[in-house]
Design a protein around this ligand. Structure first.
Ligand SMILES: [Cu+2]
Length: 327
């Protein structure tokens, strides 16, 4: 197939796909999310290439946006016009660097116990089985509803043939974004792939996220200080307290004393965040502060999720932050 024909097919497929998406999810997905996911798909990936035969890749030019995003960490790598800002935008497509996220299998209905599973495939359609350990795990799975609710960050296990799975139950209906964050051994470069998954049922989406730098969960209060900047990497510090007293018993979790996931409100673009400081030794304790470095790709509102571990339990606090700086 030549390029124009192929593009035509993708175009038709996309039009049909989004028509269905609107019909199914129009009531539950913020329009901004749909627009952004659509724009992302048009810019970068053929969402249905994978289902057809697992081998047909988007055209060479098609993945350009993702390439730039992936390279953005590497500074002066010029890809010509339309280069995004210095911060990387990830996770808006099921393809990056020639790797594809397979369709996600999960329970069909709310409350149904089952398994969530998927694989990562290479350009030949073969499942990738060699991953590097990053933040203590070979693959991080983040699942969140399009309105930022029902966040989960978990770690599935991989079978010998490259199928990742984890026991799964949906607590509420809605449109979910399923992110996989990993480093394939072949490239050593971090990749974030995602897909949307629909869970049928009536949805009562949360109102627009209000800015909030503090959250209480499981008796612990986490408060975020520092500015999220579009101009440069900046430092964000989460401080954990209980009954007003600083918590100094934070346990190592995922190679740090906490793990932060940052998503752009509206399209759930996935930011790269890294903890500051050396990896803690097992058995050590820290707190009440945990410090992270990140940079926002655009001005606007971001949803931040902090996982921290105390007395063997992992808690997740959510913050809603607007960027500082230009814009
Ligand atoms: Cu993880």
């Amino acid at each position: 197939m030549n390029a124009p024909q192929r593009l035509g097919l993708y175009g038709g497929g996309l039009a049909a796909l989004f028509a269905v998406t609107f019909a199914v999810a129009g009531a539950v997905v913020p329009q901004a999310s749909v627009d952004a996911w659509s724009a992302s798909a048009e810019a970068g990936s053929g969402p249905d290439a994978m289902e057809m035969d697992g081998t047909e890749m988007p055209g060479d030019a098609g993945g350009h946006g993702q390439d730039e995003a992936a390279d953005a960490d590497g500074a002066a790598d010029a890809h010509g016009s339309g280069a995004p800002g210095p911060a990387s935008v990830r996770g808006l497509a099921l393809e990056q660097d020639g790797l594809l996220l397979s369709p996600v299998t999960a329970p069909d209905e709310v409350g149904e116990r089952g398994t969530l599973s998927f694989s990562v495939t290479d350009a030949d359609g073969a499942a990738v089985t060699a991953f590097e350990t990053e933040h203590d795990k070979e693959l991080h799975l983040v699942v969140v509803r399009s309105d930022g609710e029902r966040f989960r960050h978990v770690h599935p296990t991989m079978s010998a043939d490259g199928v990742w799975s984890i026991p799964w139950t949906w607590a509420e209906p809605g449109t979910y974004r399923v992110f996989t964050d990993f480093v394939p051994a072949a490239s050593g470069e971090n990749v974030t792939l995602s897909r949307a998954v629909e869970v049928a049922g009536p949805v009562d989406p949360r109102p627009a996220a209000a800015v909030s730098a503090s959250d209480t969960t499981g008796g612990y209060t986490a408060t975020l200080t520092g500015d999220l900047s579009t101009d440069a990497e900046s430092t964000l510090t989460a401080t954990v307290t209980r009954d007003g007293e600083p918590v100094t018993g934070l346990e190592p979790y995922l190679g740090a004393y906490g793990h932060l996931v940052a998503l752009r409100d509206g399209d759930l673009a996935y930011l790269h965040v890294h903890p500051e400081g050396d990896e803690p030794e097992p058995g050590t304790r820290s707190g009440p502060d945990v410090t992270f470095m990140t940079e926002a790709p655009t001005s606007g509102r971001y949803l931040l999720y902090l996982d921290f571990k105390v007395d063997g339990d992992v808690h997740t606090a959510r913050f809603v932050v607007d960027t500082e700086g230009r814009g």
